[in-house]
Design a protein around this ligand. Structure first.
Ligand SMILES: [Zn+2]
Ligand SMILES: [Zn+2]
Length: 348
């Protein structure tokens, strides 16, 4: 379905106004362009951010199985907590996200301007054509087909405009498009990741095949290379539950315990809105817990223990919690060196 009742009346109004209605024509067209441009900016930005992340983590281009190890190594080597979460990566002080959005907007805006100019040139050459506006719209939409989604069929209502001065139409369009850009720029200044219909990390994830299920306790991503309905999800490096912001019930004390240790204990966790079960029997809690194989494994924990000690302040700030009380970081963790953490990754 193209257009709605409002469109119909606006088109009718434009026809009645005749040749003086170029401004209304440009408004109508820009009203169609604005939401399409906005969507295109978000899509392009998601891709840009994913590519930028790939540049920072060279092995994002490589083997999925090594991906996690590479990210962990990078985090430790750079000692840059910002990369722990793409969220913080995008919303750092330099307003990284806004910069990405602005650069996408400018890129697409320039493409639209050049489509205006190209369509205008073509119409000027084709002196034989009476239906100048219809031809202009044909060329404009065709030129934009790769840039934004602007179906030519949505513009049928305005194609019978009598416009003799196509240069004037072009200059009115350029001005109206400038307003569109300014409005979107303002909107993007307040954007965060929730504004995306497709998250950058989803785009990033698509560069890799494989399973992206997250451990229900610690959020570590399954390292199976295939979606496998029969096999259990698994991951080598489970992490302290604090990495997901989990706190001890009724306190702001972050949970330092690691899933691969918790599953040997009689401690309980809450699931399904208030039921409690022992970690030992986590599979009995049903999905998603039952779809994970979490073997008791006190080895392979040095990295995340070091991480929690090293980024303690940042984690406390991120989750508004404290490593206190039950969440006190064990003394032994503090003796783990960065070298020990990194060499654990080398064993993989
Ligand atoms: Zn886990
Ligand atoms: Zn899996």
């Amino acid at each position: 379905m193209s257009g709605n009742i409002e469109d119909f009346f606006q088109c009718f109004e434009i026809s009645c106004q005749g040749a003086t209605s170029i401004t209304t024509f440009a408004c109508f067209l820009c009203d169609k362009i604005e939401p399409a441009l906005c969507r295109a900016v978000y899509e392009r930005t998601a891709k840009d951010i994913a590519e930028d992340m790939q540049g920072k983590f060279p092995d994002f281009q490589g083997n999925r199985a090594n991906l996690e190890v590479c990210i962990l190594r990078y985090l430790a080597e750079e000692e840059n907590f910002e990369y722990f979460k793409i969220q913080s990566y995008c919303s750092d002080e330099s307003r990284g996200l806004e910069k990405f959005l602005d650069s996408s907007l400018n890129h697409l805006y320039r493409k639209i301007l050049s489509a205006v100019s190209l369509a205008t040139q073509i119409v000027k050459v084709r002196k034989d054509r009476e239906d100048k506006v219809s031809l202009w719209l044909d060329e404009f939409c065709r030129e934009l087909s790769e840039v934004i989604s602007l179906p030519r069929s949505d513009l049928k209502g305005i194609e019978h405009q009598e416009v003799t001065d196509i240069e004037f139409l072009s200059s009115v369009m350029v001005e109206a498009l400038g307003d569109v850009r300014d409005r979107l720029k303002k909107e993007f200044a307040g954007a965060d990741l929730s504004s995306f219909s497709r998250q950058p990390q989803t785009t990033l994830a698509e560069h890799f095949s494989g399973c992206w299920a997250q451990c229900p306790f610690c959020g570590a991503v399954c390292t199976n290379t295939m979606w496998n309905r029969i096999g259990d999800h698994q991951v080598v490096f489970h992490r302290p539950r604090a990495l997901m912001g989990t706190m001890w019930d009724g306190t702001d004390h972050l949970v330092t315990d690691i899933c691969s240790s918790l599953v040997t204990t009689n401690l309980r966790f809450r699931f399904d809105n208030g039921k409690w079960i022992r970690y030992k029997r986590y599979r009995d809690a049903g999905p998603p817990y039952s779809t994970w194989n979490i073997p008791p494994d006190p080895s392979r924990q040095a990295y995340w223990k070091w991480f929690v000690c090293h980024f303690r302040t940042e984690l406390e700030a991120l989750y508004n919690g404290k490593f206190q009380g039950k969440g006190e970081i064990p003394e032994a963790w503090r003796r783990i060196t960065k070298q020990e953490a990194l060499s654990e990754l080398d064993k993989c």
